[in-house]
Write a protein that binds this ligand. Structure first.
Ligand code: ADP
Ligand code: MG
Length: 159
């Protein structure tokens, strides 16, 4: 393990894996981090978003959408598992799997066309469908720490 890479891993991770820790204290800052990712996102990339209800997954997604040049409002898909936005630099496939009760629902919507397509996938509550997530996905976790304030968020990006 290299000198600058002094994190104690519990599991064996590939040498190439890069972890970024970020902290925000406003929704705007979380949005801005998503926006920066959206500007750089490439076709075929999958971003997973993990974190409790109300932590900021949709705010982060809205930032990614803005970074892709999407101007129409982005909200969590309520009645569908996936919401498609095609007006940006790349298609955005926004999944929210919170209400999934059976993984077969992912097959029913033809998820592979999105996961292995030419757009960018963002998946809120990806841990509920973890067996479907490719190893290549960028994994983003958002956490609160109430000792640091109500609006504090720690964002961990593993790619
Ligand atoms: P989720 O999709 O994870 O359920 P949302 O993005 O819908 O959560 O909501 C996050 C809420 O938390 C919003 O009301 C937002 O204004 C608020 N919030 C407060 N501080 C932050 C922060 N630092 N980053 C993101 N959201 C924040
Ligand atoms: Mg949400």
């Amino acid at each position: 393990m290299s000198a600058q890479n002094n994190i104690n891993y519990n599991t064996v991770r590939p040498e190439s894996e890069k972890i970024t820790y970020l902290e925000t204290t406003t929704p705007q800052q979380t949005f801005a981090i998503g926006q920066e990712l959206g500007r750089k996102a490439a076709a075929g990339e999958i971003y997973t978003l993990t974190g409790d209800l109300g932590v900021g997954k949709t705010v982060f997604t809205q930032g990614i959408a803005a970074g892709l040049g999407i101007v129409e409002p982005v909200n969590s898909p309520t009645f569908t598992i996936v919401q498609i936005y095609e007006e940006g630099r790349l298609p955005l496939y926004h999944f929210d799997t919170y209400r999934i009760v059976d993984i077969a629902e992912m097959d029913e919507i033809g998820y592979e066309d999105y996961f292995y397509g030419d757009g960018v996938c963002i998946i809120e509550w990806a841990e509920l469908i973890c067996e479907l997530i490719p190893d290549t996905a960028v994994r983003i976790t958002i956490e609160k720490d109430l000792e640091k304030g109500f609006d504090y968020r720690k964002i961990t990006i593993v790619r």
